[in-house]
Design a binder for this molecule. Structure first.
Ligand SMILES: [Fe+2]
Ligand SMILES: [Fe+2]
Length: 304
């Protein structure tokens, strides 16, 4: 069946028809979060598959409008990223200090001041917005050139605890959630946290945003250690024991992950195709900007 014979062709303009008027509204981010949950779940064939595909088509348009608008907000800054390898790596690494949301005062406060209940609320938001780094890396590596793919594989293998369940990162976070009795739900999560997860899933699940995914995941590795260290400090202070392992691990391991990502993923990709630097830069900036909005929303709720 040709796309043009479908009854639900791409409406123009898309945004008002699909109800995407406010990119950060609770409603839009909840719709995307519920859709992502469904489309990434392990499923079985059923009679409703054609309805599911129609819904997927509509939601892909909604997602596309959201992502393209996000691209516009950081386009000017992304355009400043150099396209030569050395220049690009230096620009990318500088995001650790100068990127949106870096050194946010929320984290020293979590380390030094937040109560157990405040830590719990913060973590509940973070866990609900968590898209699963392991799966995002797995989806991103599809059809990547060999050197980049090998590093994505090594990173994924670390996420998998190098084959041992006790070392897997996802379940480690689940253990913390269990120990602190977190109840992460889409309905109970602030829109910026859902938006962050929605952006990462859009990148990893959509091949036209594959370079954006590389930038976004790379910038997580680059910037996570400082935040993880502060959260770990806060958890220790309020009496969380072994369950804080997820944050203790990422405070150190991601330093090595970031170095390897920059050397083995970013370098060969930009060397082979300087044009991709722009998209890697956009992905990194969009992920950092989404994080900045989360920290702002968390502070507004916690410091009210
Ligand atoms: Fe991890
Ligand atoms: Fe990592």
């Amino acid at each position: 069946m040709r796309a043009s014979s479908l009854a639900f062709e791409c409406p123009t303009p898309v945004a008002p028809i699909l109800g995407v008027n406010d990119d950060h509204s609770d409603d839009l981010q909840r719709r995307l979060a519920h859709w992502n949950r469904r489309r990434l779940s392990v499923g079985k064939p059923g009679s409703g598959w054609q309805d599911d595909l129609r819904a997927d088509y509509q939601m892909s348009l909604v997602e596309g409008v959201f992502i393209e608008r996000e691209r516009e907000t950081i386009a000017a800054r992304a355009a400043l990223a150099p396209t030569d390898v050395e220049g690009f790596i230096a620009w990318f690494e500088a995001l650790k200090q100068t990127g949106p949301g870096q050194n946010d005062p929320l984290f020293p406060w979590l380390a030094e001041t937040a109560t157990y209940e405040e830590m719990r609320w913060f973590l509940q938001q973070e866990v609900a917005g968590e898209a699963g780094f392991d799966d995002l890396v797995a989806m991103t590596q599809v059809k990547m050139p060999t050197r980049a793919k090998l590093e994505l594989a090594r990173n994924y293998w670390d996420e998998m605890g190098r084959g041992a369940e006790a070392g897997m990162h996802g379940p480690m976070l689940d253990q913390l959630a269990k120990a602190m009795d977190l109840e992460p739900t889409i309905e109970g999560t602030v829109a910026p946290s859902l938006a962050l997860g929605n952006i990462l899933v859009a990148f990893a699940a959509t091949r036209r945003y594959a370079y954006h995914a590389v930038g976004a995941l790379g910038v997580v590795e680059l910037t996570a250690p400082w935040r993880a260290e502060k959260v770990c400090e806060g958890l220790r202070r309020v009496g969380v024991g072994k369950a804080r392992k997820y944050f203790a691990l990422h405070a150190t391991l991601d330093v090595a992950h970031s170095e390897a990502w920059n050397a083995e993923v970013l370098r060969p990709l930009v060397e082979a195709d300087p044009d991709c630097a722009r998209y890697i830069a956009e992905g990194a900036l969009m992920r950092l900007e989404a994080g900045r909005r989360c920290f702002e929303a968390y502070r507004a709720a916690l410091w009210a």
